[in-house]
Ligand binder design. Structure first.
Ligand code: AMP
Length: 171
């Protein structure tokens, strides 16, 4: 799968090597394998909801939620979710933003899996963890990604928070 991830130099700003997964997703056979491989580590773990990170996380999370028979919970950028939300501000590898979850999103869910396309500095995933921890009695089973960029230390930060990581490849 790794050879089908396209690297774009200096996108969206100078110095960033952007890992473009669209070239992987456009292959039907590889998209199928990708979902199977991202699902496997979380089978039989009693996960009942996937918190998915806007926007590229949604592509995989819907399919994984279907396979694991779990709920799909969107974590979204400001002004996207229509009802009351919890929110967290955080920095990205490039820029800063805010993420929201509906305040009733995790009613009746306890064991949560986080899904996104790529783990870099961990800012986005940590925001997801902080948001989930604003709810009472939630257990974060882990976080799954297609790509991990270990040099940017997101994995280390998440491991220190006791969050288990799975990724399919590293750059
Ligand atoms: P971070 O919060 O630093 O772990 O960044 C992860 C988020 O930003 C993910 O949602 C990615 O989609 C996006 N992202 C960060 N760095 C890159 C990169 N080098 N290539 C593609 N996407 C990236």
């Amino acid at each position: 799968m790794k050879e089908f991830v396209r690297t774009i130099k200096d996108y969206p700003i100078k110095g960033i090597q952007f890992r473009d997964i669209t070239t992987l997703l456009q292959r039907a056979d590889l998209f199928h394998d990708l979902i199977d491989e991202m699902t496997k580590p979380w089978e039989n773990k009693n996960i009942d909801a996937i918190v998915s990170i806007e926007a590229r996380g949604f592509i995989m999370a819907g399919a994984i939620a279907y396979k694991l028979n779990t709920a799909f919970i969107p974590m979204r950028k400001p002004d996207k979710l229509p009802a009351d939300t919890f929110k967290v501000k955080f920095d990205l590898e490039y820029g800063s933003t805010e993420m929201h979850l509906h305040k009733d999103a995790l009613d009746n869910h306890q064991n949560i899996l986080i899904i996104d396309d790529l783990l870099a500095t961990g800012g986005t995933a940590v925001a997801a963890v902080k948001l989930i921890n604003m709810f009472e009695n939630k257990n974060i089973v882990g976080a799954g990604f297609i790509i991990n960029l270990p040099e940017l230390k997101g994995e280390e930060i998440l491991n220190k928070m006791d969050i288990k990581i799975h990724s399919l490849m590293e750059f």
